[in-house]
Write a protein that binds this ligand. Structure first.
Ligand SMILES: [Zn+2]
Length: 494
């Protein structure tokens, strides 16, 4: 960690290219200054010909100005749904002030496995309303590698890559103690870094978690207090979760938690079973949209919808998989035998830890020889690396919990120990985060998010700094860029 590790993908650097609303502002300013200059002129004595030319110019200016205004109107009104007020992005330069709340409040919502693009599958009027009146990552949010649920959710709330926050997979074994981590492990030794609920409590504020990986871990100043920290139970109806979060806004203003989480398992759940292009996904997405509608409704009834900052994200995307796209480790036996005991995880993150005495570099070299030979079915869709030799953009090396050998699997392919006669299709995630199908959504709605604004894609490790910036609290050191929030948020009033 520290400043040396504040590395981000080139595409995730705060980009100085003008956004749509900045473009429009510049355009309006130049048109306005031109017409103002022109309007000064008639008070001065003019020669007749000069006056005629001047009037002609003035008319042309007016026509151009009207056309520009009409174009801007069409441009900005098109993405908004009929129920949404016209986004006024071009007029906003500073954050809107709070009407009812006494301080900023951030509600962080995760819809698990909400692949970028799912919002186009079916009408999603409520999500559309957040997008039209908020700021969206135009081509989606980039998850961290591996694009799995626990590593990503914990990166979102710590600003750290998995190698630094310790949750390097949904399941893994500590090589020193031999102990296994799974998604029910709540001992603090597994969970490194400082999650947002801990940062918030450190500053003397309240946080409330309605499910989030890591939220039940009692660590530092976070004690997972009863009634502010729900123990995970996947059978709690989504409506109940939304209503419970709304209940916090019935507390006296000074008591309302400043940071809240809300988690839905869908549409990840369906995505694994049927893949991303099944009608079941469409229905799951529509249901998530109804939950967002229920939330907006409840916040509006309490008069705080415009005050509360809603950040809606997913943890990763989803891609279709089928059993004919399998790479079987047993097919590599002519080059090297890989016993299942060496394999920490198969797919879509292949992680192999050979026993001491067997050089990982030899194993990787022999595996790649077999895979590249053309004699292994689908072999070209797997490449294994010593973790130190993985592309640096994956940031997947600096933890001894990460196995020495990591395989990058082609999009939609699976690695298994042996071939089977199964012939199923489903969905998976966990692949290289450069694969577009692994992207998810980012929508920010609230006083510091410009309405109708689109920002370039960024990695989810930037969200920690974004939230501490909105809450105006000092965050813990992390892998995000300190200047990122300025590139996305409206500046506060002076
Ligand atoms: Zn997930």
């Amino acid at each position: 960690m520290g400043s040396s590790s504040l590395t981000v993908l080139p595409s995730t650097k705060p980009t100085p290219i003008p956004t749509h609303e900045e473009d429009l502002q510049n355009q309006s300013t130049s048109l306005l200054s031109f017409s103002t200059d022109s309007l000064d002129c008639p008070s001065k004595p003019q020669k007749p010909t000069t006056t005629i030319i001047f009037i002609a110019l003035l008319l042309i200016t007016c026509v151009a100005l009207s056309a520009a205004t009409a174009f801007a109107f069409l441009f900005y009104s098109s993405p908004s749904s009929s129920s949404s007020p016209l986004p006024s992005a071009s007029l906003e330069s500073t954050a809107r002030s709070l009407k009812k709340l006494s301080k900023p409040v951030v509600l962080l919502i995760s819809s698990d496995g909400f692949r970028f693009g799912y919002q186009f599958k079916t009408p999603t009027p409520n999500i559309d309303r957040l997008i039209a009146n908020g700021t969206e990552a135009e081509k989606g949010l980039i998850p961290v590698f591996p694009t799995l649920t626990f590593p990503n959710h914990y990166s979102i709330v710590t600003g750290l890559y998995p190698a630094y926050h310790g949750i390097i997979n949904n399941y893994f074994v500590d090589p020193y103690t031999g102990e296994g981590f799974n998604m029910g492990s709540h001992e603090p030794k597994w969970w490194l870094g400082e999650p947002l609920w801990e940062t918030v409590v450190n500053h003397g504020f309240k946080a409330a978690t309605y499910f989030w990986p890591g939220s039940e871990v009692k660590k530092g100043s976070w004690s997972c207090p009863e009634s502010f920290c729900m123990n995970y139970n996947g059978s709690v109806p989504f409506e109940e979760r939304v209503d419970a979060v709304l209940g916090y806004f019935d507390m006296p203003t000074t008591e309302i938690p400043v940071f809240l989480t809300l988690y839905f398992e869908d549409p990840d759940h369906q995505g694994h079973q049927v893949g991303p292009d099944d009608p079941e996904i469409t229905e799951a997405v529509a249901r998530i949209d109804r939950m967002i509608g229920r939330l907006i409704d409840g916040l509006e009834k309490r008069g705080v919808f415009e005050d509360v900052t809603i950040i809606m994200v997913g943890d990763h995307g989803m891609v279709g998989t089928c059993d004919k796209k399998v790479i079987a480790l047993d097919d590599l036996a002519s080059w090297i035998e890989i016993p299942s005991q060496w394999v920490q995880s198969y797919s879509p993150l292949l992680a192999i830890r050979p026993p001491s005495g067997i050089a990982p570099s030899d194993v990787a070299a022999k595996m790649n020889e077999g895979l590249e030979s053309g004699k292994v079915d689908n072999g070209k869709n797997l490449k294994v690396y010593l973790k130190e030799e993985l592309p640096s953009r994956l940031h997947y090396v600096a933890s001894n919990r990460i196995s020495p050998i990591i395989g990058l699997i082609g999009e939609g392919f699976k690695v298994e120990q042996k071939r089977t006669k199964r012939n199923e299709c489903g969905g998976a995630h966990g692949y290289d985060n450069a694969i577009f199908s692994m992207r998810t959504i980012f929508i920010g709605h609230g006083p510091q998010f410009a309405r109708g604004r689109k920002v370039p894609s960024f990695e989810n490790i930037q969200i920690y700094n974004l939230i501490t910036s909105i809450l105006k609290i000092q965050g813990a050191p992390n892998n995000g860029s300190a200047s990122f929030p300025m590139s996305v948020l409206l500046p506060s009033h002076q």
